[in-house]
Design a binder for this molecule. Structure first.
Ligand code: OSB
Ligand code: MG
Length: 326
């Protein structure tokens, strides 16, 4: 069921939000928000994505705004702190923004950095947690198989829950998974699920132990649930660095997963310096609530993108809508 383009445009707003720490190479997050009969929803593919990829995110946004959310199994979601590739001295200040989180996801393999930078950051995260709590890594495919093997050997002493997307391809994930199996080190797949034309390939190839699933990049809550069920692997629901509106879509996805064994990557509103609501979906005692979010008119105005950027997003929406309608 597709609403009309003018339906969507009648409530659409574009906002530009500063980040409090640089993350995946950006300092500001631009997103489009609009309201459907089920509530507010978010369309926020990253700027460099082409229309083919972005139209999957639009399908997700429309699904969340126009279709009732599926049945839920829980009303709050335990979340991990997300630690960008900052210097070791900055780790404690960033982690203070994630109150009560017992799990930290540390970004590693950042272009331009070394394994020594990763070791220092992970050591600082372990020092912050103490002997309790869990640390997982996310390399965003930044290592080849040999580099991943060396890095995992260097970082394993800090006690790791899993390593997310250590290498870019499914074949490499299968290889590194075999190489570190003797250590009991699980491998999670993220880009191999959300950026693949065949999101189940990684599961069929037995190249991962855990799947990261994201609502917007996978075309919405129902499609993400379907992929998880067909893969038959444990899942971690994670964000795409959305506002609280987009995070609410992720929270409903996490709530609808029948078995949720891992803390979810849905605390990323804490990486934004401002949001679109005065009541943001940030962690309280390590969990976020499962609820819809209504943006405040004052914040939509205060954070409104300039006319050039707003026109760019409207044109993107129109092109993606045409792809979906076809
Ligand atoms: O999973 C988390 O802790 C937060 C989400 C996150 O890391 C992320 C956010 C935006 C884009 C990509 C990623 C990623 O998991 O690679
Ligand atoms: Mg990832």
């Amino acid at each position: 069921m597709l609403p009309t383009l003018s339906d969507i445009l009648s409530t659409a707003r574009v906002v530009s939000l500063p980040l409090s720490s640089r993350f995946r190479g950006i300092d500001t997050r631009e997103v489009m928000l609009f309201e459907g009969p089920e509530g507010w929803t978010e369309f926020s593919p990253f700027l460099e994505y082409d229309d083919q990829e972005a139209c999957v995110w639009l399908a997700a946004a429309i699904d969340f705004g126009w279709t009732p959310a599926p049945a839920i199994f829980r009303s709050s979601i335990r979340v991990n702190a997300t630690l960008p590739a900052v210097a070791a001295e900055e780790v404690a200040a960033v982690l203070d923004r994630f109150p009560g989180c017992r799990t930290i996801k540390v970004k590693v393999a950042e272009p331009g950095q070394t394994i020594a930078d990763d070791v220092a950051r992970v050591a600082a995260a372990r020092k912050y947690l103490g002997p309790e709590g869990r640390i997982r890594l996310d390399a965003n495919g930044g290592w080849n198989v040999d580099e991943a093997e060396h890095a995992i050997h260097a970082l394993a002493p800090y006690d790791l829950e899993y390593v997310e997307q250590p290498c870019p391809t499914v074949d490499e994930l299968a290889d590194i998974r075999t190489r570190v199996k003797y250590m009991g080190m699980p491998i999670a797949a993220d880009e191999s699920v959300r950026k693949s034309s065949d999101p189940l390939e990684v599961a069929r190839a037995r190249a991962a132990d855990v799947l990261v699933i994201k609502a917007q990049p996978l075309g919405g809550i129902r499609r993400a649930l379907d992929i998880a069920a067909q893969a038959g692997l444990p899942v971690v629901v994670s964000s795409a660095l959305e506002t609280s509106v987009g995070i609410s879509m992720g929270a409903y996805l996490a709530a609808a997963v029948p078995e949720l064994a891992y803390d979810c990557g849905l605390a990323t509103v804490s990486l934004l310096a401002s949001d679109v609501t005065e009541d943001p979906l940030v962690p309280v005692a390590g969990s976020i609530e499962v609820r819809r979010v209504v943006p405040s008119a004052a914040l939509l105005d205060a954070r409104a993108a300039d006319p050039v950027r707003t026109a760019w997003w409207i044109a993107r929406l129109e092109r993606c809508y045409a792809l979906l309608a076809a």
